[in-house]
Design a protein around this ligand. Structure first.
Ligand code: AMP
Length: 420
């Protein structure tokens, strides 16, 4: 019988690389946790309708990429393709916005699913860490989120990323722009599908990656020229706050992003080491989303950073994270009695907060010492019958190679002292 493989477009996270993923999640969430964002967790699936309305019926995510299923009870569900619609749904359902403390600031971390054509950096199952600030319209909030993402990437040691920034306007000015753009686009030589897109979501045509389409787009009306005064002022304020914080960004009027709900501020973090899938994260303001999914008006802003692509970006830049060895002490028993005694020491060490591991399976000294080496432990404890008869264990410093006998009763205290 052949063995099973991970489904197409997915991969497993296994040690030691998985430790980098955990460290990336930790690094992205740390600035959020220090800035008043509370942790939220929502189900891995939602009613399909939430995404159809929340993400947008015309987006690739909804039309092509959702994993949908009908339950035995007849419910139409979808594996979540992104986080914002779910988090807003949960905030509304839990009345978090009525607790009198706006904005509601939340962060999340989890698995997302899109039925995409797999390639380097693009998977059908991927991880994001995200943040949402719900219920407040304030350019400081937009700036805060961009600054925190920048801080997260920098704390990881990433340097070769850029921040692209744009404003998509709001319900006052975007409709007129949309119409002007449609008029321009209808005269172009475009395929059927793109023509349909002109009618449903013309801004997304600007995002078309094909060179022949891009060529025709020279001279397209620019959103910048259509922004209303309120949007212009708002955007200038966001830009000024970023500049004051020393966060470099580039204005990119072509940045529209693949989701329908964005208004005003939109941004993307791109990394040049990633080839065609260069976006490591992105987000923006979504002032109309709450109403689109049946809630009250709650202007909000948020982002999601891709964990998989952040790890790829670290690898592309050659950044090695300074991860502590998972094991500090490794115990090597020689004989039955030593097994019981050293396992007792290991248990005590663990209870004292020292990361400790054990040579299981009664292997010989040579094999067990190899495992001790591989574990990265700073110290090894070795004990045989003669040591126990003398009431000692051998404590070996794996860095200096020095070895000394330590009274068994003092082993835990000695190790906790040495490990600081
Ligand atoms: P989006 O929700 O499309 O703006 O995606 C936000 C971030 O999630 C992107 O910048 C990527 O880092 C990550 N991401 C989105 N889709 C995928 C995918 N199919 N595979 C890996 N990462 C993804």
């Amino acid at each position: 019988m052949s063995t099973f493989q991970a489904p197409k477009g997915t991969y497993d996270l296994t040690p030691p690389r998985s430790a980098t993923f955990l460290a990336v999640r930790e690094a992205i969430s740390a600035p959020l946790r220090d800035s008043g964002y509370g942790y939220i967790e929502t189900p891995g699936f939602e009613n399909v309708e939430l995404f159809a309305r929340g993400v947008g019926e015309s987006t690739d995510i909804v039309t092509k990429e959702m994993y949908t299923l009908t339950t035995k009870g007849g419910d139409q569900l979808a594996l979540r393709p992104e986080g914002t619609a779910s988090v807003l749904r949960a905030a509304l359902e839990g009345n978090l916005h009525k607790a009198g403390n706006l904005p509601v600031k939340l962060w999340y971390s989890g698995s997302y699913y899109r039925y995409e054509r797999p390639q380097a950096g693009r998977y059908r199952h991927f991880s994001q860490v995200g943040a949402e600030a719900i219920g407040t319209e304030d350019p400081v909030l937009d700036a805060e989120l961009i600054i925190l993402a920048d801080q997260a990437y920098r704390s990881l040691g990433l340097r070769q990323f850029r921040i692209l920034l744009n404003s998509l306007g709001d319900k006052e000015c975007r409709p007129a722009y949309r119409e002007a753009l449609q008029t321009f686009l209808r005269d172009l030589d475009l395929d059927e599908e793109t023509r349909r897109r002109i009618e449903i979501n013309p801004l997304r045509v600007l995002d078309d990656k094909r060179a022949d389409v891009q060529k025709q787009l020279t001279g397209a009306p620019k959103l910048r020229d259509h922004l209303c005064d309120a949007c212009k002022t708002y955007h200038e304020e966001v830009r000024a706050l970023l500049t004051a914080a020393g966060v470099a960004f580039e204005d990119d009027e072509k940045l529209v992003r693949g989701l329908d709900y964005y208004t005003r501020t939109t941004f993307e973090f791109v990394h040049h080491g990633l080839g065609s899938q260069s976006a490591v994260g992105g987000g923006g303001r979504y002032d109309g989303l709450s109403e689109m999914i049946g809630g009250p008006a709650l202007p909000s802003v948020g982002w999601a950073l891709g964990v998989d692509r952040t790890v790829l970006a670290l690898e592309a830049e050659g950044v090695e994270l300074d991860l502590p060895a998972p094991t500090s002490v490794y115990a090597v028993p020689l004989g039955e009695e030593a097994r019981r005694v050293l396992f007792g020491v290991v248990t005590e060490l663990r209870r004292a907060g020292v990361a400790a591991d054990f040579a299981f399976g009664g292997r010989g000294l040579k094999g067990a010492m190899k495992s001790a080496n591989r574990s990265g432990a700073r110290y090894t404890l070795v004990a045989g019958e003669r040591d126990l008869a003398e009431g000692v264990v051998q404590l070996k410093d794996m860095e200096s190679g020095e070895q000394s006998a330590v009274p068994l009763a003092e082993a835990v205290a000695e190790l906790t002292k040495r490990l600081g």
